[in-house]
Design a protein around this ligand. Structure first.
Ligand code: ZN
Length: 360
């Protein structure tokens, strides 16, 4: 018997059972009709072989379920004449036991649903963000160089962010379009340098500290600009500190952070809080200085700024510039992260897209 005819038989039997439960029928005629459906089925031994999915469900429901059509028909056979009762009873019992046997056989032959060879689903393991990891590396390197960790608030006042850093009232850096002002005198710090001031206010030389952290500027967002970024500030103030200390510190920092082959270049520049001042370039650690898209084919990466602490800044912090000198530098952490990990768009560092971050 083909799969289709088994299903058809099941549906027909269901209609007969429905008619029976609605009452007002010719019982004998109805059971004769049922018998015509059941008897040929009870002789079949390969009924279920071609059935699958929905078909099998329909057949099981009609022939095997306690409230299925077959059991429903069985419940009323006592109302039938003896001869018909015997024939129907026998056919129903044969059919039921046939289905039970067939289903049992099928279950035994069913393929194993639990496949032990399928690779397991491993739990998602979190990890620290590449910026966090790089900051931790920077902390290790700076500690190896003898600097201590310090930090300052991200919401700064004008005094620490500008005034004490020798940035005059009408300097462009203080413009309200160049900063995130919160009130007339409070702003999100635009650099990590105010941490220098706060540290020098509360400590006497010798001072040798570093301060990593997030800074904010309302830059137009593109592949190389974001309105928040990370800097690490370095400050060493003591008797006899010279530019040579600064250059050596930067050289050691670059080698410990990036590798033995990296070169450091200082270009003369101007910052109000240092004198003399310089821009810090590292030889590109993606191409080794040959020129590549990351360094804009220049072979050098602009990493930050540095210089000897301006005597005015020392005076603001009540440190005698006749006795003490010092250097300070500010290095862009995001640029180091981007070059180290080969990332060409700073926005990726802030979007927290797990598909991107889990590559590292
Ligand atoms: Zn390069």
């Amino acid at each position: 018997m083909a799969a289709q005819s088994v299903v058809e038989a099941a549906e027909r039997l269901q209609r007969i059972a429905n008619a029976l439960s609605e009452g007002n029928v010719n019982l004998e005629a109805l059971y004769e009709e049922a018998l015509a459906v059941i008897e040929p089925i009870s002789e079949e031994e390969h009924l279920l072989e071609e059935l699958e999915g929905k078909q099998l469900e329909v057949v099981k429901r009609v022939f095997l379920f306690r409230k299925g059509a077959l059991n429903q028909l069985f419940r009323f056979i006592s109302l039938l004449p003896d001869d018909l009762k015997r024939r129907v009873g026998a056919a129903i019992n044969r059919t039921k036991s046939l289905f039970e046997t067939l289903l049992k056989k099928e279950e035994e032959e069913e393929p194993i649903k639990f496949d032990v060879t399928v690779p397991g689903r491993s739990p998602e393991v979190g990890r620290r963000h590449i910026i966090t990891r790089t900051i931790e590396e920077i902390c290790n390197v700076m500690r190896q160089l003898g600097f201590s960790y310090t930090e300052g608030p991200e919401v700064e006042d004008e005094y620490h962010n500008f005034v004490a850093l020798n940035i005059p009232e009408h300097h462009l850096a203080r413009d309200e379009k160049a900063n995130f002002y919160i009130t007339d005198t409070l702003l999100l710090r635009s650099q990590t340098s105010p941490v220098q001031i706060r540290y020098m206010e509360s400590h006497k030389p010798p001072i040798r500290v570093f301060a990593p952290g997030r800074v904010y500027r309302p830059d137009t967002v593109d592949a190389s600009h974001y309105y928040a970024f990370h800097q690490v500030e370095g400050l060493w103030v003591d008797e006899g500190i010279s530019f040579a200390h600064l250059k050596t510190t930067l050289l050691l920092f670059s080698r410990l952070m990036v590798g033995e082959d990296v070169k450091v270049r200082l270009r003369p520049s101007f910052f109000p809080f240092t004198e003399p001042s310089a821009e810090i370039d590292f030889s590109c650690f993606v191409c080794g200085g040959k020129g590549c898209p990351t360094c804009g084919k220049k072979g050098w990466l602009e990493i930050g700024g540095c210089g000897m602490v301006n005597p005015n800044v020392l005076r603001y912090c009540r440190i005698d510039p006749e006795r003490y000198t010092g250097f300070a530098f500010g290095i862009g952490i995001d640029r180091i992260v981007m070059a180290l990990y080969g990332i060409n768009d700073i926005r990726l560092l802030f979007q927290n897209d797990i598909r991107f971050l889990e590559q590292f």
